[in-house]
Write a protein that binds this ligand. Structure first.
Ligand code: URA
Length: 208
């Protein structure tokens, strides 16, 4: 497992604006998509290409195309949907596998309420999308669900991550790669990341 902080000046700049309390819903949405594109660029760096001969304007040209494994993006409902189109801009052929969890009030454990996985998911690279890696509970449940479905190549893309959540995932699933624009300071008592972004779902959907 590796934790990749995508420390590009464009990412730092866009994340800086994203943290502003007065940012509009459309501003938040657009920046979340832009950062998601840049995270995807990093998360797909190890894709293997193969040579292919195509007909170019002046005759045959040898080009490179991505080889083998296909991708599924896995947005976690609902906030993960706010990253999805940014990722699909970069990998338009990817299939979408959607997962949704609610928190059981007694056990505090995530419980599945919606799962629709792409066909042949066991042959695909899975890119899990969630703007916030906070406690890591939902992420662990998603990884377990994907592994049960046969996935062997899983990566998670997050706008912001908390050290506590990263630690949990590193310990339980050392084979899963994490890509984030920032590792923030800590979680507060309510499980929000500090300094964080606030409630990313509410900001993306304009529900606050
Ligand atoms: N979910 C959010 O939307 N924000 C946080 O800070 C933590 C979890």
């Amino acid at each position: 497992m590796a934790v990749h902080v995508v420390d590009h000046p464009l990412v730092r700049h866009k994340l800086g604006i994203l943290r502003e309390a007065g940012l509009s819903t459309s501003g938040f949405r657009n920046l979340a998509l832009e950062i998601s594109r840049l995270l995807t660029y990093e998360a797909t760096k190890d894709l293997v290409t193969e040579p292919k001969t195509i007909k170019g304007w002046a005759g045959d040209v040898e080009v490179e195309m991505i080889k083998g494994k296909k991708i599924t993006v896995v947005p976690i409902l609902r906030a993960g949907l706010g990253m999805m189109d940014g990722v699909l801009d970069m990998v338009p052929g990817a299939r979408v596998s959607v997962v949704g969890f609610y928190r059981d009030e007694e056990t505090l454990q995530p419980v599945e309420y919606y799962v629709k996985l792409a066909r042949n998911i066991d042959e695909r690279i899975a890119l899990i999308l969630d703007p916030m890696l906070a406690t890591g509970g939902t992420l662990l449940a998603t990884i377990e669900l994907l592994k049960k479905a046969g996935c062997t190549n899983i990566k998670g893309l997050f706008l912001v991550a908390a050290p506590e959540g990263i630690e949990k995932v590193v310990t339980a699933h050392p084979d899963v790669d994490i890509y984030t624009a920032s590792i923030d300071e800590k979680l507060n008592e309510a499980g929000y990341i500090l300094p964080g972004l606030g409630d990313a779902g509410d900001k993306i959907f304009g529900t606050k």
